[in-house]
Design a binder for this molecule. Structure first.
Ligand code: PLP
Length: 389
């Protein structure tokens, strides 16, 4: 019996599934990111939680969830990406200015190049978590930071960014409008854009962001006991984390588990792109509670990986996300609204014979999920849990 009410959802098995033709993330780049990030003060792998109740509900052998709520005290996996990319921007700029050939994070943090880095400004657009990571990295590594948010980003999230000393600017429109505003301001002022999404001609910083994300699935595979996962469900915004998870699964598992990308039904730009066969922007106000996933345009790099590496794309409604937050909370696991789309997709698909078959879910399946954030906006978390279900 599914613990979710019957809710509408979509499954699109990927007709182009196969091996990606382009390598978007190098192994050497990941090794460097892992060594540096693992040396940051406060680093600890986040827990991989066994969810036997979810396995029973989904009729599969195992469901395990990587719980990112405690990541570096920032509340989400995004702490791994933006902050690492800030360090890389500073390292490259210090080399260009002739201060240091390859400054390490520890040297930046110790203030060895503080005078030079204080004159550098990083900027980005965010719906919360990425901006928090960039602001945290900027404070940690000693540069200035201006973060752009769109008008529906909650005050709690804005405050959490400002807490790290960043200037926060609110712009009208959606996340995608904030991306453009950050790029414009950077051009005008000579700032460095540290974006978690990529486009034609802007790829090297997002590569660093995604290399940082790879530490999350890398840890999960280290922690996984027994036969490896057969399926991975991961939520998609611009697709960066899904692509990073995909690359890491392919690097470490043979065969790689089936990768299912789960998006909000009101912001399913990756599913729409898969249907069309090329990256497309979707219209509309992207009005979903899953704020971290409210993206209308795929990241170009992410698309290059997912276009062939994803087994299927799914779109799930907000109601399913809230129900999953509540289910997890009932079992003592705190995951925020943008961190549960994978669980929602699994439970909805598992209860539907056609979707189950399309995804190859059986009683023997072992499923890896990522709870990509904790209660990053605690007030909203409490309010959503209190809504009558
Ligand atoms: C908690 C959480 N999960 C998943 C995502 C999706 O990441 P991406 O935009 O790289 O697909 C985000 C993005 O902000 C997020 O905040």
């Amino acid at each position: 019996m599914s613990p979710l009410p019957p809710l509408p959802f979509r499954v699109f098995p990927n007709p182009r599934a196969g091996t990606p033709g382009t390598v978007v993330l190098s192994e050497a780049g990941f090794r460097r990111a892992r060594a540096e990030i693992a040396s940051w003060p406060g680093y600890a792998p986040t827990p991989l939680r066994d969810l036997p109740w979810a396995a029973r509900a989904a009729g599969v052998a195992a469901v395990r969830l990587k719980d990112e709520g405690g990541r570096f005290g920032l509340g989400s996996f995004k702490a791994l990406g933006g902050a690492w990319a800030v360090a890389q921007v500073l390292t490259h700029e210090l080399a260009r200015q002739g201060h240091a050939k390859a400054a390490a994070c520890a040297e930046l943090e110790a203030g060895r190049y503080a005078e030079a880095t204080a004159g550098i400004t990083v900027t980005c657009a965010t719906d919360g978590n990425h901006g928090r990571s960039v602001a945290w990295g900027a404070r940690r590594f000693g540069c200035a930071c201006v973060i752009f948010v769109h008008e529906t980003v909650s005050q709690g999230r804005i405050d959490a960014i400002a807490h790290y000393g960043a200037e926060v600017r609110v712009v009208p429109g959606t996340y995608d409008d904030a991306v453009r505003a950050a790029a414009r301001a950077a051009r005008e002022h000579g700032w460095f854009v540290v974006s978690d999404t990529s486009w034609e001609g802007y790829t090297s910083v997002p590569v660093d962001v995604m290399q940082g994300y790879r530490l999350m699935p890398d840890e999960a595979l280290d922690q996984w006991e027994g036969a490896p996962p057969t399926h991975v469900f991961i939520q998609g915004g611009v697709g960066g984390v899904a692509a990073a998870v995909s690359v890491q699964m392919r690097a470490r598992c043979s065969p790689a588990p089936a990768l299912v990308v789960a998006e909000p039904d009101r912001a399913a730009c990756l599913l729409a792109s898969a249907e069309v066969g090329e990256p497309v922007a979707i219209p509309g106000d992207l009005d979903t509670l899953m704020a971290g996933l409210a993206c209308g345009e795929p990241s170009l790099l992410a698309w290059r990986e997912l276009e062939r590496a994803a087994a299927a794309f799914m779109a799930v409604p907000d109601e399913a996300a809230i129900a999953c937050m509540r289910l997890l909370a009932g079992h003592g696991v705190v995951i925020g609204e943008s961190g549960v789309a994978g669980l929602a997709a699994l439970l909805l698909a598992a209860a539907d014979p056609a979707a189950r078959e399309a995804l190859g879910l059986t009683a023997d399946s072992r499923v890896l999920l990522f709870g990509t954030e904790g209660a990053t906006d605690p007030e909203l978390y409490v309010r959503l849990l209190a809504q009558s279900g």
